[in-house]
Ligand binder design. Sequence first.
Ligand SMILES: Nc1nc2c(ncn2[C@@H]2O[C@H](COP(=O)(O)OP(=O)(O)O)[C@@H](O)[C@H]2O)c(=O)[nH]1
Ligand SMILES: [Mg+2]
Length: 201
Amino acid sequence: MRLLAKVVLAGDGGVGKTTLIHRYITNSFIDSTKLTIGAAFHTHEIQTGEHSVLVQIWDLGGQEQFKKMGIFDKYFKGATVTVIMFDLTRLNTLNSIPEWADLALNSSKTKLILVGGKKDLAHGVSFELSSFEDLNDKYNFVKYLETSSATGDGVADVFQSIANVIIDSTMEKKQKEAIDTIDEVIKRPKTKSSQKSKSNS
Ligand SMILES: Nc1nc2c(ncn2[C@@H]2O[C@H](COP(=O)(O)OP(=O)(O)O)[C@@H](O)[C@H]2O)c(=O)[nH]1
Ligand SMILES: [Mg+2]
């Protein structure tokens, strides 16, 4: 199966979103606060088993500070997966998770993946999905992962998880469509023409 999906990165400025994409795509670490990918989105193909998932990854490019101004409708619209990132070395970045999650869910039916970045600098600070019980009750994260773009730790896992979510969502959607079709067929009273077309097929 070949799929295409929009993936959006969210999270406060400086948590490591741009560096994470860069690490994944080029397998290198750039230690610069001014890193820009120079485009609204990056396209990348993720191979997973027999499936190939083409993801369009949207990065905020420094506009994180405007999150209260309601300019993000287009940014999140149509997203299949949103990665909400916080910084394991600045735990106040956890406080913004609900805002980012609400912004994403207000504009799309996206699934959410939570990522704690800069694991290499975190001096052992580490969480599990169960650590975020209240948040998770509300937002139902598909997964929680910790990453280091400096060492590469956990980076590939994020993108594998993204691909898996896209594959699962597509399967679910197809299944739902199939069930809807069956429901429709079952509910529809049999007419002469539908009988006829059935025997013809
Ligand atoms: N040591 C370390 N530094 C990181 C990591 N991720 C990002 N940084 C640094 O943190 C700063 C902000 O990263 P950036 O990707 O620009 O954050 P963004 O604003 O969320 O896109 C940069 O100086 C990065 O080099 C990481 O995993 N480990
Ligand atoms: Mg950035």
